[in-house]
Design a protein. Sequence first.
Length: 447
Amino acid sequence: MLEQGTLFEQTASQPLAARIRPRTLEEYCGQKHLLGEGKILRRLIEGDQIGSMIFWGPPGVGKTTLARIIAQRTKATFIDFSAVTSGIKEIKQVMEQAEKNRRFGGKTILFVDEIHRFNKAQQDAFLPYVEKGSIILIGATTENPSFEINGALLSRCKVFVLHELSPDELCELLRHALSDPRGFGNQEVEIGEDLIRAIANFANGDARTALSTLEMAVLNGTLDGTKTIVTAEDIEQCTSKKSLLYDKKGEEHYNLISALHKSMRNSDPDAAVYWLARMLEAGEDPIYIARRVTRFASEDVGLADPRALELSIAAFQACRLIGMPECSVHLTQAVVYLSLAPKSNALYVAYERAKKDALTMLAEPVPLVIRNTPTKLMKELDYGKGYQYAHDTADKLTDMQCLPDSLAGREYYSPTEEGLEGKFKNRLGEIKAWKAAHRRPAEQKNS
């Protein structure tokens, strides 16, 4: 729950990632945008001007390691605190210890891993101690702090975004693990550069995954005297299933569905199919994707190609009837069709315009002429008086006003020239021209 002691403690039983954990900024791999020469976080660390901060980034990019390096560099007492196993009682114990350190002129860095797992009350318990300087809080989170951390606490912390490591950075890290005595430096390991690159690509930016995969490959390599030989077959066995970064309730969930939507909107079927595969292979519910694809069919294609909605509904039904993995091809068909279809957001724009008026003019009464008239009393009150039945006219059109007087003449739907919507635009133009030509004086209409 609470851990305080020598930094970088090692045992022979520790995994490779723990054994070769960087001890200095010089050994730290990645995050050059923060820790390169002259960059902001490096200057704060070297000037011993560290304040409370949040490290936000995906797993395995060095959030915990960086906090430990900061603690050592600033000569502060470092307390490792887990949001998973700790509660209010443990927080108070740590705060009391930190307050004692402060009275004697010492600094305490409280590192809270997975800080987003704390509830509001637990996060609030840190506030007074952060404000008076009893602790320097460093929180680590894989979730967007804007959504997961209380505004009061977040406003007192500087947020630093840590990026996933590039394949080149991971290759450098893997070579270091092979040469460092804390890793495999005391062993003779034969592994090709192409296999190191394969591990780096597999790790998807996660240093911990890369090192764990290397360790597994070396431990399962072929012994030839004192030399361990790692083959392509060994790597394939260790990387048989790639772990995709995906949280169906987290920010990455919305990032990926956004990527799919915007790729289709940009008429890029290759990108759209890729993001679709990313979601499905990571375990996303195909029904959720089908719902969003159906929405896209009307929001971004609309009457430019009315068949887009039909095909999307068909794909939705296929997902419900047969599920994964078979329905992946139905979703692919829908996604590719929508990517290639002519685009129009006229329906979306029309609704948003109408919604604005509907919300700001909620008291607008329905014109008497188009009100329902189920009773004699309603007819006596002029409900439906003057109603014109379009089917009884030669042109199937009337000049009857259907909008409230305050909105008369308001236009919401503005069709584009895209695809079939050009035909709808021409039809709408003909209707408006007919009504303008047949419009009667207001006094005659209301008589």
